[in-house]
Design a protein around this ligand. Structure first.
Ligand SMILES: [Zn+2]
Length: 250
């Protein structure tokens, strides 16, 4: 009985903390990533570039931040380095990515999907090639910042790690934000991860609307909706919380 009471108190504490973080985030006028918006309202909004490795990375890992930045009226571009063709489903997954991005408020003209890098569970991609490709899209999109994986790539997938290493090797001087990889326990405790995440300077938390948007985007990846991925959509902290490290570059 006492045990249940303690659990109830703990969950209530986390829920309160979570709600407060959401309110705090909503009340901040400026973009948490400090990306300069155009001062003249006639000018186009500033752009940012998300570098992902496979179709579905955008919503499996980056959903909270994508929703946040789209809501902030930034132009969000997705550079997906592979078609996710490991099981020969590249063409299907290309369409799934476009549909998923639409659910997140990102139009097809802002989605750039390449087939130059093979979807592969074992091999790393050539860092220089990845960097050169990212540089090309930074220039094309006039991006003010890059968002990508960190050196552990959330799941240690070599393609995710390659995206990070390529982004850190670019010639452009814009900042690179790396998505924090958390340990396996933290990865699956959903919003409870708000407690260990709360000290991060770049913390993004999704409310119910943001979560629904990410969830609906995930549903577009029909070819990937195995039972374990459906569990992921309910329990993963990345569906609710993103934390980042900023790498300044000169
Ligand atoms: Zn991936």
């Amino acid at each position: 009985m006492l045990f249940l009471l303690l659990i109830g108190l703990f969950v209530a504490l986390v829920a309160t903390f979570y709600a407060r973080k959401l309110e705090e985030l909503d009340s901040r006028n400026r973009d948490i990533f400090d990306i300069k918006q155009a001062s003249d309202s006639n000018q186009e909004p500033s752009s940012v570039l998300f570098v992902t490795s496979h179709p579905d990375d955008e919503c499996m890992f980056f959903g909270p931040t994508l929703n946040y930045l789209v809501k902030k009226n930034l132009t969000v571009h997705i550079l997906c380095l592979s078609t996710g063709n490991y099981y020969g489903l590249g063409e299907t997954r290309r369409v799934e990515l476009l549909n998923s991005c639409l659910k997140l408020g990102i139009t097809p003209s802002q989605v750039h999907q390449l087939d130059q890098f093979p979807d592969n569970l074992k091999d790393f991609w050539a860092e220089k090639e990845v960097a050169k490709t990212i540089d090309k899209f930074v220039n094309l999109t006039k991006a003010k910042a890059i968002f990508t994986f960190d050196e552990r790539g959330v799941s240690c997938h070599p393609n995710h790690i390659s995206a990070c290493k390529g982004a850190l090797a670019i010639k452009s001087s814009i900042p690179v934000f790396k998505l924090t990889t958390v340990n396996t326990i933290r990865k699956y405790i959903q919003i409870l991860d708000i407690l260990p995440s709360s000290t991060n300077a770049y913390l993004i938390v999704s409310g119910s609307r943001g979560y629904r948007s990410t969830y609906n985007a995930m549903l577009c990846h029909k070819s990937q909706l195995a039972w374990f991925r459906r569990l992921y959509m309910i329990f993963s902290r990345y569906m609710f919380i993103n934390t980042w490290t900023k790498v300044e570059r000169s």
